[in-house]
Design a protein. Structure first.
Length: 291
């Protein structure tokens, strides 16, 4: 019987690796630029929406969650688990002042974490039966490279926020770590330095949250839905927010409020809040960008 497998010599192996690298670079270039190009006239159009559209998107998100709640709760249990681990890490290593910046900054990565939920809503919209496995199928999407790069942008934003948040603490209540939880809470809410930290931190955090929302609210769903490439997707997301400043500000408040409520009961609520918001974001995208 003939043996088809053989050990290749270094030249053959090196040639195959170069060929694979060429294909990967080509695919990445296509994922960044897309098939439609980056000229303004070829970008997807955006609609103007109102608060009623937000309400309808949220209701549709709840409906999607109800249709596959077992799967999405299983999928999204990672959020409360990550939150509890984060809390343990912070309290265990005297990083108590960074608990809130880390928890709130985690929301900056929420759009990336919700990509699988967008895919589930997209497939359900097409009439398919969906499960948590469909969410993991995003890694096989033609847009996976662009989604990965956009995720790196959000990660960089998250790291920048943590650095800035620590700088705010250092200039107000720092640099010494708090001696106890009660002492830290007292310093935050009963001293001028603590209130300065709160006011400045919330103001700067709002800017980071607005940047993350503007970059991602449309771009992630659009990349899954169409072959447009990363940069056109980001440009479309920015245009959609610019065309709807008030509704998108309200949506940002809804998202922030939902995430806060989800973190209060030991982060367990995130297993429900995250999938509802993720599914709702897909339906919001449908309202912002016509087919």
């Amino acid at each position: 019987m003939a043996v088809t497998d053989q050990i290749r010599n270094p030249i053959e192996w090196g040639w195959d690796q170069l060929r694979d690298l060429q294909h990967a670079l080509g695919a990445t270039g296509h994922a960044l630029g897309g098939a439609t190009g980056t000229s303004a006239e070829k970008l997807p159009s955006v609609r103007r929406i109102d608060v009623d559209d937000l309400r309808d998107a949220l209701q549709r998100g709840i409906t999607d969650f109800g249709a596959s709640r077992t799967d999405v709760i299983f999928l999204c249990l990672v959020y409360p688990v990550a939150g509890l681990f984060l809390s343990h890490l912070v309290f265990g290593y005297d990083f108590l002042p960074m608990l809130f910046p880390l928890a709130s900054g985690f929301a900056l990565l929420g759009p990336l974490a919700a990509v699988g939920l967008y895919e589930m809503s997209r497939r359900r919209e097409q009439g398919h039966q969906v499960s948590w496995a469909d969410a993991l199928g995003v890694v096989k999407s033609p847009a996976a490279g662009a989604i990965f790069v956009l995720g790196l942008y959000l990660l960089a934003l998250f790291i920048a926020w943590i650095i800035v948040a620590y700088g705010i603490y250092y200039m107000t209540l720092g640099p010494e770590p708090p001696s106890s939880v009660s002492g830290f809470v007292s310093d935050v809410f009963t001293t001028p330095a603590g209130w300065a930290m709160i006011v400045v931190g919330i103001g700067v955090g709002f800017l980071f949250a607005a940047a993350a929302l503007t970059l991602s609210v449309v771009s992630f769903p659009l990349l899954l839905d169409r072959d447009v490439g990363l940069y056109p997707a980001i440009a479309t997301s920015i245009r959609a927010v610019a065309a709807n400043p008030y509704p998108m500000a309200v949506w940002g408040i809804v998202v922030a409020g939902g995430l806060v409520l989800g973190t209060i009961p030991l982060f367990i609520g995130l297993a429900v809040v995250m999938p509802v918001l993720g599914h709702a974001t897909w339906h919001l995208y449908r309202k912002l960008v016509p087919r």
